[in-house]
Every structure is written in C-alpha cells, then in structure tokens.
Design a protein around this ligand. Structure first.
Ligand code: NOJ
Ligand code: NOJ
Ligand code: CA
Length: 719
C-alpha cells in the first residue's frame, strides 16, 4: 500500500515536471521569481483598468445604488462598467498564457461614492479610474472586499504574476465633489478642502497652462483636485500608514500618480519608509512632453527620490516613430542614445506605447504590421515594458478617456458569451514570446543598447549583458524593403534562427568571425530577433540592484549572473556588508552603517569582482525640514540651502539641485528630506545661471531635525 502510494506519487511528480518543461519552461534564476518585488527588469507589465477588464461579480456593479453611475451596456465612458477583482482572478490564466508577469491595476481604495457633476458641461463623471480618492484604508466596493483583494494577489502569485497598485498621494477628489475634497482614515473623516481646519490642503486654485514654475506644478491644484499639503506632518504620516496597509496585503509594486505635481522631498520620505518597511518597486508618473523644459527634473527624479520613472521620453518618440510617423527611426536611435547616458538607471525606466491617458496604438496606427513592429521594439527595449490592456486584441480607442473601452467579450458573465479572449492573435503570441525572452536572456533585462544599423525606417538594436546578446531588426515601412549590409554584431560566429520563428516574417542570419553579418533583405514591416544566452557561472555580473536608495538596516536585492553557489563578498564602496542570502543569480544584503553617500556596490565571487552599480546610502530615517530665508537677489540668481549632511549635499554649493521657492519674494522656502533627530549645520547660498556662488556670512546656522513628520526653521534674514 505504502509502496504503491509512493510509486503513483513519483509518477505524478514526473508528469508535473514534464508539464513544466513543455508548457512554461523552467526559468534559470531567482531573479525572475514573483517574490522579487524590487527588481522588475525581467518583467512584462500589463496595465489594466479593473472596471474595464472583466466583470466577475455583478453584485458589486452599483454598490451605492447611484443614478448616472453604472452603464451595463459599457457605452457611456464616464460610468462604471462593472469590472472587478474577481474578474481579474477569472482571467489570471489568460494573463499568464500571454507571458505577463506583472499587472498594474487601478487604485484599489475607496473612491468618490457618488458621481461627480461637472457644472461647466452638465455631465456626470464617475471614479471608475480610481483617481478620486476618498479613503485609502479600505477597498473600493466596486472592486470587491479585502478577501477578494487577497484572493487576487494570491492567485496572481500562483500564476507567476506580481501585483502593482496605482496610488495617488497628490490629491483626493474635486474641491466641489460630494466629499468636497474630503478624505478618511478607515471611515473617520480627516478633513475636507472646503473646510480645512488642519491645513491638510494647498489652496492655490487650479494651475493654468501659463503657470510653469516648479512651485506652480507642486502647489497648485491639478484639474480642480484638492491638492494635499505634503508640508504637513500629519499628511506625511497618513500616507506612510496608508501604504503600509497595502504592503501588508502583499502588493508587489506601486505606480505613483502625478509625481510631477508633488514635492520630491515628500516623495523621498515616503519611499524611504517603504524601502525600510517592505521594499517594493515604485515607478512614478512624471509626465513630460518631448522636448520639455522639465526634462532635467524628470531624468534626475529617480536618483533624487528613489522612485522610478514611467519612460515618457522614449514613449513620446515611440509614438511618433510607429504611430504618427512624425519621427523616424533615426530619432528613435538618438533618443536611445541620450537617455542611456541621462537616466541614472536606464534599465529601471518603464516605457509604454499607450495608456489610459493616450490614444491606443491600434487607433493611432491602423497598419497591423507596423503595430507589431512597435510592440517588438517596446518588448525588447531597455526598461520594463507596459502593455496596455486589450492591445493583444487590437482594441481601438482615441485619445484621453476614449481608450478606456471594455475588453471585447467583456459581458461574458451576463450573457454567457465568450468572445474576444482568444489567445491566437499575432500580438498575443508576440507578447508571449518576447516576455519569455526577457526572462530567459539577461541581455534584454540588464543589457546595454547599441544601435547597429539605422535609417529612417529601419532600426537594428543590439542588447548585450556580458556574453548574452540579442539583436533585433525592425522595419517599420509598410511597403519598402531594405537591403542590409555592413551590419556588425557581438553575436559569436554562427548561424542564428529567428527567435520569433517567423511570426513577423523573420529569418536566419549568418555571422562570420569578427561579427560581420551576411547581407540580407528586411521586408516591409518585418521583424527578426536573433539571440544567444551564455550565463556566466564564475564571473559575477550585476544586472540590477533594488531599491537604489536606503539606509542602514534596509534589505537590498542584487540580481545578475555568476555569483556562484558559495557566498562571496558584497561591498558598498569598500565596506563588506552582511549577506542575508546568496544564490548564483540573486543576493540579498543589509545596508551597512557607513558614511552616507551615493556609492558603488560590487560583488566579489570566485575571486572575481563584478561591475559596479550605484546605490545611495542615506543618513537615517527621513523626515521633512522646511527651510525659510528672506533674501534679496538680482536677476538670474536663486537661493539654495546646503549643509553638513548628505541630504543637504554636504556643503556642495556647485551641485545642490533644487532651488528654493519664492512665490512671495523676498521670502524663500524649501522642504527638504533630512535624517530624523539629527543635529545639522547649514547655510544659504545665492547662485546664478553661470554657477557664481555667494555664501551667507558665518556663523553656520544650526538645528536638530524632528523625530518624525515635519518641522520649520525660523526665518533667517539675509542682510
Ligand atoms: C494622471 C493619471 O494617469 C490620469 O489618468 C489622472 O486623471 C491624473 N493623473 C489625476 O490623478
Ligand atoms: C564648508 C564649511 O564646513 C562650512 O562651515 C562653511 O560655512 C562653508 N563651507 C562655507 O564656507
Ligand atoms: Ca462587478
């Protein structure tokens, strides 16, 4: 009896292994595991609006019985359509089949419960998108209960999928909504913007297009949405406690809304809290156009706050190159070049072709071949790509809210129909193949990008991470074939089959020793992918480090290759740090107590030292100090504050970045993220556009920072 049980059990195991080998293949590194919440380089994200995706529970479609709120026909784009977390659970297998390894879902918490009536056009709007918060501590009843949320996260993890929540710390809801900007803490009203006795909100009115200083962006309202005062310690604490609730419900990531409109000091404090508590990747919506005078702030945002960036710069040029044809492949190549040197962590950026705020790619570009070319570019690009829901089914949708259409076959539950969830479209197959390539070839996740060949229609990009190489050839032209000669690659000599198996018309190539590729013809809208993986076993190679900023005691995850099975050493600058775990592809370490600075992380294994990866060690837990000075300046001068800690740039008057705000000149102020309970010395400086610096006279000013929340300095009057 016992023997038989054993025999059938091992037969079962063998069957499971066989199934694994054929259906999902076995990934080779821990880096690609769903438990890797900090590094997303091997992931492919799917952005889905919960309300528009799938209705798994019709009982929650109009939980507050509101008129002008729910449209069962899925027609009025301003209404709820009924989708929910149960619907996401029901479609989890579909997402896994597509190769998706992370979903970015609509804000999960309680939004306005009544429709918002906009008087200017007498129209009702609903918070189906989740951007009109009411209570960050409770789930929105349209999506489901805590139990359903937890089931969704569990189900996602079982399918190898991480859960990223959208999250808005910038604003609550409209000043004139049914809540009057009001927000709650688990049912208890905190305050409203209409009667703001606690100073929870800014009250500067909606920013006009002509108001473009940093202060205008950060302190004025975004489209009449009540703008939180992040200079209020209670608000800082509220958002730390609010995100803790969702971290405790096992989310894997955060998409931070409207970071352009928030004080980077607040965002850094918030991220530092997350990094110390339960570190998950957080990428911010720092919205820019191309070109944009805000590009400087955008490209340095991650290094300054620890929060990543949705890659607007690359996305804008992708839209122009594949969508409107207002850009060429040469422009795209140019953008790849300068962003790789401008971004501090280019492989952590999050590029996309379209989103809930943009025209859908299938509408922008009716030619399917060109659309596939665009998808192939995105999915092999540096950074973690986002696929907007329905792209795999060629959903159409015009700019703005028009792209927030229901998935086809959406009303499956009510009608029993099952249309539109097919898994055979070319786009679906393409996403699946390239999502797998991202997990299986580290050149895509961690590699450099080199443009090997380009003209206005063709781009041939090489991605390389040490001995892993991927070469991607894309022709966007609908009717012109190009003959490609003089192409070189770092692929070793040999013949390479198209990794896409001809899905987009690809073919094999031959590489001679020295890297010369035999000439070939790249037909209209053809795409081919050639690759080699050669995972190092003895030379440590760092692909990703996350978080990229933190303080002593934080856990940091290092992903890559060649770490070996025996623990070696990890150095932060020249200090060897405590190792928590070690595997050939992933190491976890503890940030040491060392001199705070942006420094290099290296791994030493098998006697070999890895490449370096930048990490920023903070002085301690972060709180806010708001500096105040009255100072007269001449045209071209700005006032800055520097001081004796890393967070105050260690007296570096040349590189200190954010100038102080002066909406009430000659009064200047600036919130700064500083270490808690720390005695510091500081000074104000005046600096002009040419870098000339005038220091405030001695002595240095002194203060001790607060233990939590926020404090204001007295106002120094610069004589
Ligand atoms: C940007 C979001 O993506 C957009 O859809 C939203 O309306 C605004 N932020 C306000 O939250
Ligand atoms: C750095 C010094 O340490 C500080 O005390 C002084 O105020 C500034 N430099 C300006 O001279
Ligand atoms: Ca529902």
């Amino acid at each position: 009896m016992e023997a038989m049980r054993k025999a059938s059990w091992s037969a079962f195991l063998i069957l499971c292994l066989a199934l694994l080998a054929t259906s999902c293949k076995v990934s080779y590194g821990q880096a690609t595991s769903v438990t890797n919440r900090r590094n997303y380089e091997t992931d492919t994200i799917y952005e889905l609006m919960v309300d528009r995706f799938y209705d798994g529970d019709p009982s929650n479609n109009n939980p507050y019985n509101q008129a002008n709120s729910y449209d069962s026909t899925g027609t009025n784009i301003n209404d709820y359509f009924g989708g929910d977390w149960q619907g996401v659970i029901n479609k989890m297998q579909y997402l896994q089949d597509m190769g998706i390894t992370a979903i970015w879902i609509t804000c999960p918490y309680d939004n306005l419960r009544q429709p918002y009536f906009q008087t200017s056009n007498s129209t009702y709007y609903n918070g189906y998108h989740g951007y009109w918060a009411r209570d960050y501590f409770v789930p929105d009843a349209h999506w489901g209960s805590w139990a359903v949320f937890d089931n969704m996260v569990t189900s996602a993890h079982q399918h190898g999928i991480k859960v990223i929540i959208d999250f808005v710390t910038n604003h609550s809801n409209q000043n004139d909504s049914s809540e009057q900007g009001g927000f709650y803490n688990n049912g208890t009203l905190m305050g409203t913007s209409a009667n703001d006795t606690q100073g929870y909100f800014h009250h500067y009115g909606t920013r006009a297009d002509t108001q473009t200083t940093r202060w205008d962006y950060q302190y004025r309202d975004l489209a009449n949405l009540a703008d939180y005062s992040h200079e209020n310690g209670a608000i800082i604490g509220y958002f730390q406690n609010a995100i803790k609730v969702w971290l405790d419900h096992n989310i894997d990531g955060i998409r931070s809304d409207a970071v352009l409109h928030q004080d980077p000091a607040f965002l850094k404090i918030w991220q530092d809290y997350i990094n110390a508590y339960k570190p998950v990747y957080d990428f911010g919506e720092f919205w820019i156009s191309t070109p944009d005078s805000k590009y400087g702030d955008y490209k340095t945002f991650q290094a300054r706050t620890g929060i990543g960036i949705l890659d607007f710069e690359l996305s804008n040029v992708m839209t122009g190159t594949f969508g409107t044809f207002s850009n060429t492949m040469n422009d795209l190549a140019n953008t790849l070049g300068y962003t790789s040197s401008d971004y501090t962590y280019v492989n952590k950026a999050v590029p996309f072709l379209d989103s809930h705020d943009k025209e859908r790619i299938a509408s922008l570009q009716p030619n399917r071949g060109i659309e596939h070319a665009a998808l192939a570019f995105l999915l092999t690009s540096r950074g973690t790509p986002v696929i907007y829901y329905g792209t795999e089914q060629y959903l159409l949708g015009v700019n703005g809210d028009g792209g927030r259409v229901p998935m086809p076959g959406y009303d499956n539950v009510r009608t029993g129909q099952n249309i539109g969830w097919g898994e055979t479209t070319t786009a679906f197959q393409l996403i699946k193949k390239l999502a797998w390539l991202r997990k299986s070839n580290d050149a895509i996740a961690y590699g450099t990008t080199t443009v090997r060949w380009v003209n206005n229609d063709v781009i041939i990009c090489e991605r390389q991470f040490f001995n892993n190489v991927v070469l991607v050839a894309i022709n966007r032209s609908a009717n012109t074939a190009y003959s490609i000669s003089g192409l070189f690659t770092n692929l070793p000599a040999g013949t390479y089959a198209d990794y896409l198996n001809g899905l987009l018309g690809g073919f094999s190539i031959t590489v001679a020793s020295g890297g010369s590729v035999s000439a070939f013809n790249l037909g209209a809208t053809q795409v081919a992918v050639w690759q080699v993986t050669n995972v190092s076993s003895t030379q440590p190679e760092i692909g990703a480090v996350g978080p990229t900023m933190g303080r002593a005691g934080d856990t940091v995850t290092i992903d890559g290759e060649g770490f070996g099975t025996t623990a070696g050493t990890v150095n932060f600058s020249s200090t060897a740090v405590t190792i928590q775990s070690w595997s050939p592809t992933q190491i976890k370490v503890t940030v040491p107590s060392i001199t705070p600075a942006a420094l290099n992380v290296t791994v030493v294994a098998n006697g070999n030292t890895s490449n370096a990866y930048r990490y920023d060690v903070l002085t301690g837990p972060q709180v806010m100090e708001i500096f105040h000075v009255n100072a007269q300046t001449v045209s071209g001068q700005n006032v800055y504050v520097v001081g004796s800690v890393h967070e105050l740039d260690n007296w570096d008057a040349v590189n200190v970045y954010y100038s102080m705000f002066n909406p009430s000149y000659p009064a200047w102020f600036l919130p700064v993220s500083v270490p808690a309970s720390t005695a510091i010395q500081y000074k104000y400086i005046k600096r002009d556009g040419s870098g000339n610096v005038i220091w405030q006279a001695d002595p240095n000013l002194t203060l001790t920072t607060p233990a939590s929340g926020e404090a204001d300095t007295t106002t120094y009057v610069w004589p």
